[in-house]
Ligand binder design. Structure first.
Ligand SMILES: *Cc1c(COP(=O)(O)O)cnc(C)c1O
Length: 460
């Protein structure tokens, strides 16, 4: 008892600790520092009362205060090094913007702009006007509109064109897309009645034709982005669905998901039609801004003018509207597509998809040259396959090169975890017993940092 009392009396006072810590906390917000100091003293007091008084001295407390402050004041949304090789990793923020898009975004963020101001007439303008002409030029559509993301785009389309009606969808296309985008739920929210046709693996044109009633408001096709049913399958190609729509005077809506704007056939990727190739066979199409397009998060709607005009008048649009920073980055990114060949080089997503394997080999060589030799850690260059990710091009794999790490002391899962929880976090893949760092998604300027993190981990 007396010993506890003595320890409690010896606990440092808040002001005393604040004075000692002043050199390190000078630039930190005072209220936060004070709260953390008080919390750490309280924890020590509780430890003493619980009879766990092993480390309640001043050095221990100050050390823990500094660690706690670091955690509180560190930004929660942090940059990471993506060594997974998955280019459009939904959990890691999908597409990276180009430097040019970033500069445009920064200018829009830090200054005023003609966001909703018509410079010629001096009157109120439309925020949607900044990208509409670009989108119609690139896709060949009559009209275009942009919203917050593709989920919002699908909601707006259905709410405007098919509320209270039946919408026919193939059972094989009732997909859930990463991050809980479920077609049946979106339909329900939009006040549409879902009419499923066909079976999971096969849907025939006659299935649609038979399901059309007086209540039908639209035919919907959904890109089965993140999975492929292989083998005994049949879906109704867009062109045939378009014909059924024409015969029954029903709009055909196509949720494209990814939205490829440039031909990648020269790079061996020809499984996916471009948006422009689909536009003639659908009344309205929608796709994401931050998947294959390589821009910021956005939902893009293109299609017939009469229908897009109705969406522009829908009050829901106000709740789904795109913000000015997104708009600035999107306009810049879309402008790159006016010259498709240069888009493949200047848009990071397309550059990563089309990068030759020799580039990844060069990066792997550079990384291994910076790694310190250790008897118990083995680094090697390995062939691997990268993925596009984000539900885009699911059947495309890209030959790549990885640096593999194998340790005699640490399991692959331990190394993966240490890479992930350190600073900056490195997200890697574990394959069999090795940790793989796929060089496709690692930038050249990240390699020295990556090497430093690996050298540190292998020493500990
Ligand atoms: C990704 C995807 C969506 C959701 O798009 P967000 O921009 O993430 O809202 C919807 N439909 C399809 C087919 C998709 O691939």
């Amino acid at each position: 008892m007396e010993e506890k009392q003595a320890l409690l009396r010896a606990l440092p006072k808040v002001d005393d600790l604040l004075r000692r810590l002043a050199p390190v906390t000078a630039d930190m917000p005072g209220l936060v520092v004070k709260r953390v100091v008080q919390e750490q003293i309280d924890l020590c007091r509780q430890a003493i009362l619980d009879g766990q008084s092993s480390d309640v001295g001043v050095p221990g407390i100050t050390g823990r205060i500094i660690t706690a402050l670091g955690q509180v004041l560190q930004s929660h949304l942090r940059g990471v090094i993506n060594a997974t090789g998955v280019i459009l990793h939904t959990n890691l923020g999908r597409a990276r913007l180009s430097d040019g898009a970033m500069e445009t975004l920064t200018a829009a963020a830090t200054g005023y702009s003609n966001l909703e101001y018509d410079l010629e007439s001096g009157e109120r303008g439309s925020r949607y006007a900044h990208v509409e002409a670009l989108l119609t030029e690139i896709t060949g559509a009559e009209a275009a509109l942009v919203v917050n993301n593709n989920a919002a785009a699908v909601c707006l389309i259905l709410d405007t064109l098919a509320k209270g009606t039946e919408v026919i969808v193939s059972r094989g296309e009732l997909v859930e897309i990463g991050g809980s985008f479920r077609v049946p739920n979106i339909m329900a929210h939009s006040g549409c009645k879902l009419v499923e046709v066909g079976t999971t693996n096969k849907t025939h044109p006659a299935d649609y034709a038979k399901a059309v009633t007086d209540e039908t408001g639209a035919l919907l096709k959904v890109h089965t982005s993140n999975y492929r049913i292989v083998g005994f399958t049949q879906d109704v190609p867009l062109k045939q669905l378009w014909k059924i729509g024409q015969e029954n005077r029903l709009p055909v809506i196509y949720d494209l998901g990814s939205g490829l704007l440039a031909q990648l056939g020269d790079y061996g990727i020809s499984t996916e039609p471009t948006v422009a190739e689909c536009v003639p066979y659908a009344d309205v199409l929608s796709f994401s801004g931050d998947k294959l397009l390589g821009g910021p998060q956005a939902g893009i709607i293109v299609g017939r003018k009469a229908l897009v005009d109705r969406m522009k008048k829908n009050h829901l649009l106000r709740a789904l509207r795109i913000d000015k920073l997104t708009l600035a980055a999107l306009e810049y990114t879309l402008r790159q597509y006016l010259d498709p060949d240069s888009a493949v080089q200047s848009i990071p997503t397309l550059r990563m998809i089309t990068a030759p394997v020799s580039e990844m080999e060069a990066k792997a060589k550079m990384l291994t040259s910076l790694l310190e030799a250790r008897p118990d850690v083995h680094y090697s260059m390995m062939d691997t396959l990268s993925q596009v990710g984000g539900g885009s091009l699911p059947d495309v794999t890209l030959a790549s090169c990885a640096v593999g790490i194998l340790s005699d002391r640490l399991s692959a899962n331990t190394i993966e975890e240490r890479l992930r929880v350190g600073n900056p976090p490195v997200i890697a893949r574990v394959s069999q017993d090795s940790v793989l760092l796929d060089m496709r998604t690692v930038e050249g300027n990240e390699i020295p940092t990556l090497a430093a993190r690996l050298n540190h981990i292998s020493k500990t």
